[in-house]
Design a protein around this ligand. Structure first.
Ligand code: NAP
Length: 229
């Protein structure tokens, strides 16, 4: 499975504010680019933190992109994937509507009544991991469902884990023309943080879009070398 991470961050590396409210970091040309990325993906993934903060649909917005998917024999929208260890996703979440298939990745410890509720609300539940979702195992299960190209959109907690598990092939980051600040505001990669084996990136493209810049990086495999000074 090919895994692409795409997100927009402020010039100081924040995905949103300390209030965790969604902020327009990029502009119309970048929205179009992201819509195209979604249209090219079999599934779009976020963490439950993003679902609870933003309630995103994660669907393709441009009708021309929807049509083009259908011409390729694909469903109109990519599937949605939510990393949600404890099955907390609200059953009326936009990502559980009937516009597209939805997979909720939960752990073996997730409450049965919540799993039942999510299944009744249009989502397929995939159970892996004890404390948190085992992303490697979950991605294997998603591949069995025909998901060959997965777009991961955030937030920072989930992105740390996908990098930590060595699952990312490409990182594209739009860097917007604003400062958000705040020590507790989500950054591109949060989690526990790397201390001595940092995922290595190789810059493949730099593009000016709207009033910011899109950086595209290839991500090295699991061969992570220490870089401490
Ligand atoms: P997040 O990364 O969306 O979700 C994190 C949650 O996912 C965890 O707390 C955990 O909750 C669950 N999870 C399940 N398995 C996991 C695993 N293996 N590794 C990590 N997490 C796992 O939440 P966030 O970091 O708080 O980010 C949300 C913020 O990011 C929002 O403010 C949103 O607006 C922003 N955002 C911005 C962009 C952008 O492009 N600018 C994109 C996306 C999001 P459980 O343990 O309960 O399951």
């Amino acid at each position: 499975m090919e895994v692409i991470v795409n997100a927009a961050m402020s010039a100081d590396g924040k995905l949103s504010s300390v209030r965790r409210e969604q902020i327009d970091i990029s502009g119309p040309a970048d929205f179009d680019r992201v819509d195209g990325l979604r249209a090219d993906a079999d599934a779009v993934m976020v963490g439950i933190g993003t679902v609870l903060a933003d309630d995103p649909h994660l669907t393709v917005k441009d009708p021309a992109n929807v049509r083009e998917r259908e011409e390729r024999g694909k469903p109109p929208h990519p599937a949605r994937v939510i990393a949600d260890s404890r099955a907390r996703v609200p059953t009326d979440a936009a990502a559980l509507d009937d516009l597209a298939a939805t997979y909720a990745l939960v752990t073996d410890a997730a409450p049965t009544d919540r799993i039942d509720a999510i299944e009744r609300a249009n989502a397929e539940v995939i159970r892996t991991g004890g404390d948190r979702v085992d992303l490697s195992a979950a991605f294997d299960r998603l591949a069995e469902h025909g998901i060959d190209r997965l777009l991961v959109e955030g937030g920072g907690e989930l992105l740390y884990s996908v990098f930590d598990a060595g699952l990312v092939d490409t990182l594209s980051v739009y860097v917007g023309d604003l400062i958000i600040g705040g020590r507790n505001a989500p950054t591109l990669v949060d989690g526990e943080g790397f201390v001595d084996a940092f995922p290595e990136l190789s810059l493949t493209d730099v593009e000016r879009i709207d009033s910011g810049v899109l950086l595209t990086w290839a991500v090295s495999g699991s061969d992570r070398s220490p870089r401490r000074r």
